[in-house]
Design a protein around this ligand. Sequence first.
Ligand code: UDP
Ligand code: MG
Length: 321
Amino acid sequence: MENEGDILYIVVPCYNEEEMLPITAKALAKKLSALKQAGRISEKSKVMFIDDGSKDKTWEGIEKLNLISSDFTGIKLSRNRGHQNALLAGLMTAKKYADVTISMDADLQDDVNAIDSFLDKYYGGCDIVYGVRSSRKTDTAFKRNTARAYYKLLEKMGVEITYDHADYRLLSRRALDALEQFREVNLFLRGLVPLVGFRSDVVKYVRNEREKGESKYPLKKMAAFAIEGITSLSIKPIRFITFIGIFVFLVSIILLIRFFAVWCMGKTVEGWATIVISIWGIGGLQLLAIGIIGEYIGKIYLETKNRPRYIIETDLNDKKQ
Ligand code: UDP
Ligand code: MG
C-alpha cells in the first residue's frame, strides 16, 4: 500500500449513551471510510469508544460494534470516573496504536466534518488543533452567558485557555507523550493542553444540539467542573485572599485611629451597629477564606495520594491478538 496516511484514532468517551451510540458510530464510520478512501488516513484507523462505567447497555453496544466492524474498538473503565478521566484513559490507550487522535463527545454535538480541517492542519505540521465553536446558538442563554463569564474569569486568574473550545481536539502522538508527563490527579484537560506547547491551530465549527439522551453535565457537575478548572490551574484566589486580609487589616487600623481621636475629643461611644456589621462582615470573609484555602488543601491531599486516574477493565484492541 503506497502513500498511506497516518493512523487516526477518534476517541469518544461515553457515559450512559446507549441511545446515541449507534447514531454516532454510523456517522463516524462514514467519515472514517471517506478519509480512508481518499488515502488521508491509514486503513488501521479506528473509532475508540470509552465506556465510563455506564449503567445502561453502552458497553454491550460497543462490543457489538467491535464484532461487526474493525472500524470500532473500545475500552471499558472499571467504574465511572467522569468525562475528563475517561477522555484521558482513551487518549493514553489510543496512543499505543495511533499516530494521531481526535477526541469528541458521543452526542455528535461536535461537527464531524471539521475532522477534514483538523487533518489538514495536522499534515501541515500542527501537533495540536483546537475545535472552537463559531456560535453558541444551540445553547440556552443561561449556559451561553455563564460560559462567557467563566472564560473571562479563567483569563483573569491567569489560566491560558482557548475561548469556546471544549474537548473537540486533535493531538499528535508527540503531544500525547508530553501530556502523559503531567501527572496531576485533578484533571482539567482544556487548561492543561496549552501547557504542552508545540505548534497549534484552531478550527471553527458550528455546534449542534444533542440528538438523543440528556446532558450528562447537570448544573451541579458543571459548577464542580468550573471550580476544578480554576483551582487546579491557578493559585490566584489564595493570593486574592491575602490582599483582602491586608486591606481589612488596614481598614481596622484606620478605624482604630478614628475612634481614638473621637474618644480624645470626649465624645461618647457611637452606636453598636458598626460593631455588629464588622463582626458579620469579617466573620464572613474569614469563612470564605478558610473555604478557599480548604479547597486547595483538599487538592493537595488528593494529589499526594497519587491514586490512578483511571483503571481499564477491558481493552478490545488487546483481546483481538
Ligand atoms: N461523559 C463521560 N462521563 C461522565 C459524564 C459524561 O464520559 O461522567 C461523556 C458523555 O458521554 C459525552 C461527553 O462526556 O460523550 C460530554 O457529555 P455531555 O454531552 O452530556 O455534556 P454537555 O455537552 O451537555 O456539556
Ligand atoms: Mg454534549
